[in-house]
Design a protein around this ligand. Structure first.
Ligand SMILES: Cc1cc2nc3c(=O)[nH]c(=O)nc-3n(C[C@H](O)[C@H](O)[C@H](O)COP(=O)(O)O)c2cc1C
Length: 174
């Protein structure tokens, strides 16, 4: 049994405070690569991953996500220096599920390489806006991509959170 992998899966937590220091390229690459090895429907790999690190682009995605919540000045990525966006491509039937699998692989990989991460919602609405579509075009991507999820990534600036006890009845064996 690969105990180390199980420890990573159990101990990863959502991190909501980050240092401003940028993560190392090799750490980012390890996380992104783990995403590409997630299972996808019929192995189609119909997911687009976008790693955002330029301060201007990070500020723009913070604004976009905050605006969906009604406050463009909110810090929905908690000051993380890297944001990873996950999109479904138009021609994929299992799209959203594939994107979620990719996202989960990256969260766990982030913890495995010593980074903090947090899944951040509202990616779909962010890229339905004109500003979101303009960003996609600026990045050389089709503006028809559909947002699935996004991730804050960085060095934690907090104690490692303690998980809630697991829900009674979470598992049934028959
Ligand atoms: C679909 C989904 C959407 C989430 N959206 C957010 C979010 O917008 N902001 C946030 O701080 N955490 C978000 N989270 C993180 C959850 O709040 C977190 O995973 C949950 O509280 C359990 O904590 P843990 O990840 O430390 O086990 C999201 C998680 C999932 C799976």
């Amino acid at each position: 049994m690969k105990l180390e992998a199980l420890e990573v899966l159990k101990n990863r937590r959502a991190i909501r405070a980050y240092k401003a220091e940028q993560i190392k390229d090799e750490e980012l690459d390890a996380v992104l690569e783990a995403g590409t090895y997630a299972p996808t429907g019929v192995g189609k790999q119909g997911v687009q991953i976008v790693a955002v690190q330029s301060p201007e682009a990070v500020a723009a995605v913070n604004r976009l996500n905050g605006a969906v919540m009604g406050n463009p000045d909110a810090k929905p990525y908690y000051g993380a220096p890297t944001v990873v966006l996950v999109f479904e491509t138009e021609d994929c039937v299992t799209h959203t599920l594939d994107g979620a699998a990719v996202c989960t692989n990256m969260l766990n990989a982030a913890y495995a390489v010593g980074l903090g991460s947090c899944w951040i919602h509202r990616c779909k609405q962010m890229f339905e806006t004109e500003e979101g579509k303009a960003l996609l075009r600026e990045w050389g991507l089709p503006d028809t991509l559909v947002g699935v999820a996004s991730l804050a990534l960085g060095y934690p600036d907090c104690e490692h959170p303690t998980p809630k006890p697991r829900r009674e009845g979470y598992i049934v064996k028959v």
